[in-house]
Design a protein around this ligand. Sequence first.
Ligand SMILES: Nc1ncnc2c1ncn2[C@@H]1O[C@H](COP(=O)(O)OP(=O)(O)OP(=O)(O)O)[C@@H](O)[C@H]1O
Ligand SMILES: [Mg+2]
Length: 163
Amino acid sequence: MTKAPPQKDWMDINEIIGEVIAFLRPELHAERVGVQMQLSDELPTVLGDRIQLQQVLLNIVMNAIEAIRGAGEGPRTLVLRTDKHDAQHILVAVQDSGPGIDAGHLDQPFEAFYSTKPRGLGMGLAISRSIIEAHGGRLWATANESRGATFQFTLPIQSEKPA
Ligand SMILES: Nc1ncnc2c1ncn2[C@@H]1O[C@H](COP(=O)(O)OP(=O)(O)OP(=O)(O)O)[C@@H](O)[C@H]1O
Ligand SMILES: [Mg+2]
């Protein structure tokens, strides 16, 4: 992962999601995870660093697959959703059917070096959050009503490329 200042280019976030899911096909297949895409077709293009946003999505989706792997019996689903969040932001949400996260400790996964995995560095989400914040957005987690967790981020909608 890189922490270089973001290179800003216009991009279609749905396209990046498609690329990341295509790249992770073998892992999704191996873990028998079903993917549901709920991508808005009215999403404005946003300014961002393509590689950095790919890294953020790659880490969030890998985490979701790893969470589902550890969850044992039950549904094995991943929902990828994009939408307008408010007048100024789009929203990208990754919802999994894993064990979820404790509603009282929703920020813990974002702490640097916090990991529950034998070979986890615990940096994925800390870096992802700093990348999203460098883009002017926010990244946070929620506990799903039934089971699993949702990791979601916003990105600002810009009408013109800043100088
Ligand atoms: N979708 C999820 N469901 C449940 N727990 C999660 C989920 N995503 C992350 N976590 C928890 O947050 C911790 C930190 O995640 P993070 O991506 O920062 O590090 P990691 O995956 O452990 O290691 P790496 O640095 O290789 O990404 C994980 O070890 C896990 O305990
Ligand atoms: Mg990770």
